[in-house]
Design a binder for this molecule. Structure first.
Ligand code: ADP
Length: 212
């Protein structure tokens, strides 16, 4: 199996940490004029692949040892929490019209529906909304809970799940996005969103040709 190849940004991070470690993610981000959030996937990969070590409250430092992990190990270690996006949620009683507006406003393809306790009850895709729109109904008077895909038929994941597991679920269920949830006593709290775009970004971060 082939060793992991680093992209330009990852090489640069490695150089910064070699020269300045221990150094926090925030400080690395500052040097690269990027946000900490933008660097999260690269730092996760460098740590998982064994190039860097990370200590809480100290920062990243160069491990000094030759990375032993190959691409397969690294991919299996890529976790949802390092690649997830912010979820966009709507309440069950909002209209289809408002849900469509929300989708444009937040520039997402999937909305998650929650009840008054902010617990997950449904999912709305672009085509769910399109399907309703080609009927002749008044979209302002149809609440989304009528048309959404509802619990318990929702496929979800936890932030500790691997991206490979998520990719499998997206392909097997033929869907575009999963809510990232935390289990509470009375239901599932939505804490994130993971989509085909996040998986594509993760795939790209494994490639050496990825430009800054
Ligand atoms: P689109 O319908 O725009 O092609 P998807 O492929 O994501 O988008 O959705 C297909 C169907 O699956 C829709 O009816 C949608 O409500 C449902 N769906 C989307 N995401 C999920 C999910 N995480 N769990 C269960 N059903 C979902």
């Amino acid at each position: 199996m082939s060793p992991i190849e680093l992209n330009k940004r990852q090489e640069e991070i490695l150089r910064i940490v070699k020269g300045n470690g221990p150094i926090t993610g925030e400080q690395i981000a500052e040097r690269l004029h990027l946000t900490r959030a933008t660097l999260r996937p690269d730092l996760a990969i460098l740590t998982m692949a064994g190039f860097l070590d990370a200590r809480p409250r100290v920062g990243y430092f160069y491990s000094g040892k030759k990375p032993g992990h190959d691409v397969t190990d690294t991919m299996n270690n890529m976790k949802v929490k390092d690649f997830q996006s912010i979820p966009v949620v709507v309440r069950e009683n909002v209209s289809v019209y408002d849900a469509i507006s929300q989708m444009f406003l937040d520039d997402v393809g999937t909305l998650f529906v929650v009840d008054k306790n902010s617990l997950l009850t449904g999912v709305l895709s672009r085509k769910d909304l399109l399907r309703t729109s080609i009927g002749s109904q008044d979209l302002t008077s149809i609440p989304v809970h009528i048309i959404m895909t509802r619990m318990p038929n929702i496929t979800y994941c936890f932030k500790t799940d691997s991206l490979i597991q998520v990719a499998n679920r997206l392909i097997n269920q033929q869907i575009d996005a999963l809510p990232v949830v935390e289990e509470l006593a009375n239901g599932l709290k939505v804490v994130g969103r993971i989509t085909k775009t996040n998986i594509t970004r993760a795939f790209l971060s494994l490639s050496e040709s990825h430009e800054l």
